[in-house]
Write a new protein. Sequence first.
Length: 440
Amino acid sequence: MLCAASGLLASLRLELGAKRPLTLLRIRRRLRRMVMRVASILAGAQIAAGRNLAHLLFESRKTGLRLAHFRCALGRHRHHVNRTGRPSRESTFRANDRLTCAPSGSIEGACVSKAIEARDLVRAFKGGVQAVNGVSIAVDEGEIYGFLGPNGAGKSTTVKMLATLLRPTAGSARVAGLDVVADAAAVRRKIGIALQDAAIDPWMTGRELLHLQASLHGFSRAAGRARAIRLLEQLAIAEAADRRVGTYSGGMRRRLDLALSLVHEPEILFLDEPTTGLDPLSRTTVWDEVRRLNTEIGTTIFLTTQYLEEADQLAGRVGIIDGGRLVAEGTPQSLKAEIGEPTLVINVVDPERAEQARLVFGQAGASHSSVTGPTVTARLPTGAVMVADVVRRLDDAGIALAGLELHQPTLDDVFLSKTGRTIALDTDDAETASKPGRRG
């Protein structure tokens, strides 16, 4: 590795000493190429030694280059076929390790139909603060799992433990059938991750970052460029591909970060609040890409969010976390069904007839009716189909309505029933007083 780096430096000296004068722009281009080649050499040396590049961090005061994106283990992550047309040893391992049962003494039931499985995860920080306290989850292959909770609930800490970026204080977890502590390097080969706070070099272009990421993952130059073009188009940042990232909007930077996490086509993708702070159009673009990855490729997606609509729209199942503990889990529909029936609220024109309207509700089969001034509220045991009958009975009784609203149970209602407060209020307060570097 040192010989190769010395060779690069020697070649640069030759260039500088050549008769043909070098412009500042040409020198900067050559220096940039050197940085990328040195990074590739470092990656190759670490892979050959079987070591872990999770903590590789290259910083320069002038460029601010940070390689935090490359904390996933490096190497070739796609299936390969040798010249005989038979799967290589690597691709055979990738196919077979999904069918291997967990060793005795590990998580029960880990005969791997689960993409992610955690048991009693705990993460404590200095001062006795427990960000995660006994979280147990199981995510099926090909599932979109929503991890819902307010800021500071423990979402990001849980993701970092599952992605091998934090070591659990207690408990155990397996991702893609591999232990996140004992087999951390192998786990990183199978996952992609887009963290809440992206570390992207503002002086490089989006295309250059994707080329570098592909190189670090073992792609050939041609394959890396093709992969970059495809991702730039899919995430609607192709027009800005050759601009410096420092000129990107917040939404474009988040989409580029997602593209970087997808370069090596991971089996499992961790998205930590991917749409926080995005405008509606950028948020929709990210949602569409998440759905495409899941439906077309079958990628398992673990999505943390504080947005109720996002969890409702994308997730097949939702886990609700609060104070480091999992307080509820299930499909959005089943969780909302636990809360009860939808609620019908009417406002009568004549407040003196509100009590009569409440009696009409009872005749129609509504329950838990109440009157507050001109407003009458009642639950509908059989759902929204009762609305037409209630309105018809009120009309027959000559009770004029000023307004009518039907409230379906929401995930915020679920959160309220489990914690005693609403996640919407917590999120609004947190965004008002948000500070960089918060732990969620």
